[in-house]
Design a protein around this ligand. Structure first.
Ligand code: AHR
Length: 499
């Protein structure tokens, strides 16, 4: 049996966890929107065409924000295409994903869907192929109280009171060669600074997000971020970075260790922000908006087979399995660990596309194993992140040496209880977990949730939706102030301690 130990101390919090790290991302890509959250004519569609079965799965996540509409989609998007009467909306060649965008679902529909879902919206404006004025217009449409062209149009379109969207992304992945309108850091920094300034003249309450590196693997990281942030620092509030991890090599031990690189990336991005803050000798803080992250295996492969100019084809619908729950879980723990600097985090995406929530057009809706890790994080990850010292047996794999079998992070919940999230990365062995909980001696175990499968490649399907589901029969117990549990091989664990 492998061994791992954690120590937490009530006197050593990292930071309160921002509610906005419980967010997601919706892009009109593949079947995320069409056939995903929106499908008029589906037997379970409501009067707006929103699938009730999808809402039933997204509501329990209590998402704070949903980023919309992108994503690469944003770079040639005209937000005005998605407002007002549907019959007047243009069909466009959507070049990022080489599809036809009917614009049947746009800004107006997403506002309605978000209200029904109980979540807010983080808008992305197009600074790749459009400019400052169009970004200002969008803020005016969404947030201006009335008496202007765009705000009155919003009212005419059924939204009498402002939508009051507070968070605005200044384009997306503008460092990427794949981006229409890709820009060098200096050009982008100057444009983003002016756009942010102008958008805040329309609504001073908004907070803006500068687009930083698309992934830790970008050759231009961290220079791009340093240069753009240096130029825009005083005008922006967040720096956006993205990270996807996958198991294209079919090497599970390496894959399960990949969240360590996410953790390091977030630390490096924090250092970038700190260094620019020091350079500017300012009190203004900029935080990380980790507004796209998830597991994604098929990045390169799929494009080769893609048939062009279809409407909402199935794209980026990887086969996700039990091991993806641990990989995504590891990324979620990295976010909690960086609670002091990561203040927005959006799992990418919400339905079908790169998602752990699936639908069939005209058919059912089911969840893949990693959905549960995200649900647990959204349910029990709220509160204050605690310094969690982990020591554990380690392993070497093709990509990394000295990987701890145990990954863990503790949160003091708002009711004073504590949740310990713990991953056993061993594919073969149980792990004996011992935990010292200083300052929490009065807690007892309310629940030990376990998510695992005999086969790391097991998953759920529409026909067998309950193949891999969490159980609540974990064996965690507390004796004399010490928590102990045997973590099953390849398992995601949520140990909930209450008074
Ligand atoms: O989420 C899919 C795509 O991944 C997004 O459009 C883009 O921002 C990223 O490269």
């Amino acid at each position: 049996m492998k061994k791992g130990r954690i120590v937490i101390d009530r006197d050593f919090p990292i930071a309160p966890i921002d509610e906005k790290v419980f967010s997601s991302f919706v892009e009109p890509l593949g079947r995320c929107v069409y056939g995903g959250l929106y499908e008029p004519g589906h037997p379970l569609a409501d009067e707006d065409g929103f699938r009730r079965d999808v809402l039933e799965k997204t509501r329990p996540l209590r998402l704070t924000l949903n980023r919309f509409p992108g994503g690469n989609f944003t770079s040639t998007y005209r937000w005005e295409d998605g407002i007002g009467p549907k019959e007047k909306r243009p069909r466009r060649a959507e070049v990022a994903w080489q599809c036809i965008e009917t614009n049947e679902f746009g800004l107006d529909e997403f506002a309605r869907w978000s209200r029904k879902n109980g979540s807010g919206v983080m808008m992305t404006v197009n600074l790749a192929t459009r400019g400052v004025l169009e970004a200002m217009d969008c803020v005016e449409y969404c947030n201006h109280p009335g008496g202007t062209y765009w705000s009155d149009l919003r009212k005419a379109n059924g939204f009498d009171t402002p939508l009051n969207y507070k968070y605005w992304c200044l384009s997306n992945e503008i460092d990427g060669t794949w981006q229409v309108g890709q820009k060098p850091a200096r050009e982008y920094g100057l444009l983003a600074r002016e756009a942010s300034k102008a958008m805040k003249l329309i609504d001073p309450e908004i907070r803006t997000v500068l687009a930083g590196s698309s992934s830790p693997g970008m050759k231009s990281f961290p220079e791009f971020d340093l240069e753009a942030l240096d130029i825009a620092y005083d005008q922006v509030d967040y720096l956006s970075v993205h990270n996807y991890i996958g198991n294209a090599e079919h090497d599970s031990p390496s894959y399960l260790a990949r969240p360590i690189t996410t953790d390091r990336f977030l630390g490096d991005v924090s250092a970038v922000i700190r260094s620019i803050k020091a350079k500017h000798r300012t009190d203004h803080d900029v935080y990380i908006s980790f507004d796209e992250f998830n597991t994604w295996h098929s990045i390169a492969e799929e494009a080769r087979f893609r048939e062009k100019w279809r409407i909402a084809p199935p794209l980026l619908e990887d086969r996700y399995t039990a091991e993806d729950a641990l990989a995504l879980g590891g990324m979620l723990l990295a976010i909690l660990r960086h609670a002091d600097t990561v203040r927005i985090a959006c799992v990418s995406e919400l339905v079908n596309c790169i998602s752990h929530l699936r639908t069939r057009n005209g058919g059912g809706c089911w969840v893949l194993p990693a959905y549960y890790a995200f649900l647990h994080y959204c349910s029990y990850g709220r509160g204050t992140s605690l310094e969690t010292k982990v020591s554990a047996d380690t392993y070497d794999c093709a990509r990394y040496n000295g990987v701890p079998f145990l990954d863990a992070q503790a949160v003091e919940n708002k009711d004073g209880g504590v949740t310990v999230f713990a991953i056993n990365r061993s594919l073969d062995d149980e792990l004996q977990l011992d935990a010292v909980l200083r300052g929490y001696e009065d807690l007892h175990v309310a629940e030990h949730i376990v998510l695992t499968a005999d086969d790391p490649q097991a998953t759920n399907t529409e026909e067998c939706p309950d193949n891999v589901v969490p159980r609540t029969d974990g064996n965690a117990r507390i004796q004399e102030g010490c928590l102990s549990a045997v973590l099953e091989k390849m398992s995601w664990n949520v140990i909930r301690l209450v008074r």
